[in-house]
Design a binder for this molecule. Structure first.
Ligand SMILES: Nc1c(NC[C@H](O)[C@H](O)[C@H](O)CO)[nH]c(=O)[nH]c1=O
Ligand SMILES: CC(=O)[C@@H](O)COP(=O)(O)O
Length: 191
């Protein structure tokens, strides 16, 4: 494969992705929120484009990237406990309509979104390593696919480009869109 026909990025799935029955958690940071916000918007846009109902997209925020794994794990486990509540079981037996078409069941996937930008100390390296390992562990330990949506950038421009808000003519690509698609694909993955 020649260098000129190399396309960096994810190749779309061959599976038809119907997210209409999915419940998705998004946890995002308030650090670098001017860059985080378009990433969250991009992820939600992809989820809705694949049929996920807006009422089934739960969005929560935390201070910084270091808080993402713990928050995702806590909220995923709460959703799993909720779905076992007798009240839910009775509701389902009686076909009780849910408010705003919201299903209070467990999350089918989660997306952790944050932006780490290198400063003048080693803080960046330590957080980036802890957060990537932590988010991986959440997915493995809860059984709920948990997408790593954390930009780890050396400059502001690198981060803005990857949120689709680049300062030059080339605005870049909003990676949040890819994370939304990945969440639906992984939620639907089966034998
Ligand atoms: N420098 C960045 C941080 N630092 C804060 C930590 O993530 C954490 O909130 C704090 O250490 C308290 O536990 N967070 C980011 O998300 N992005 C950064 O660039
Ligand atoms: C990712 C960080 O924690 C970093 O932005 C903090 O900056 P500094 O290393 O200058 O304290």
């Amino acid at each position: 494969m020649g260098g000129d026909d190399f396309h960096k990025g994810v190749k779309p799935s061959t599976q038809s992705l119907d997210g209409s029955g999915l419940r998705i958690l998004i946890v995002h940071t308030r650090w670098n929120q001017e860059i985080v916000d378009p990433l969250v918007t991009g992820a939600i846009a992809s989820l809705e484009q694949l049929g996920v109902k807006r009422d089934n997209i739960v969005v929560r925020d935390v201070p910084g990237a270091y808080e993402l794994p713990g928050a995702a794990q806590k909220l995923i486990r709460q959703s799993q406990q909720q779905s076992n509540l007798v009240s839910n079981i009775v509701d389902d037996l009686l076909n009780t309509p849910k408010l705003n078409d919201e299903r209070r069941g467990p999350f089918d996937a989660a997306i952790c979104i944050g932006v780490l930008i290198k400063g003048s100390t080693m803080h960046f390296e330590y957080i980036a390593e802890a957060v990537s390992q932590g988010i991986m562990r959440v997915g493995l330990e809860t059984g709920v696919p948990t997408v790593f949506g954390v930009l780890t950038c050396l400059t502001d421009d690198q981060a803005m480009q990857r949120a689709g808000i680049g300062r030059g003519e080339d605005k870049g690509h909003n990676h949040g869109q890819d994370w939304g698609t990945a969440a639906v694909e992984m939620a639907l993955l089966k034998l």
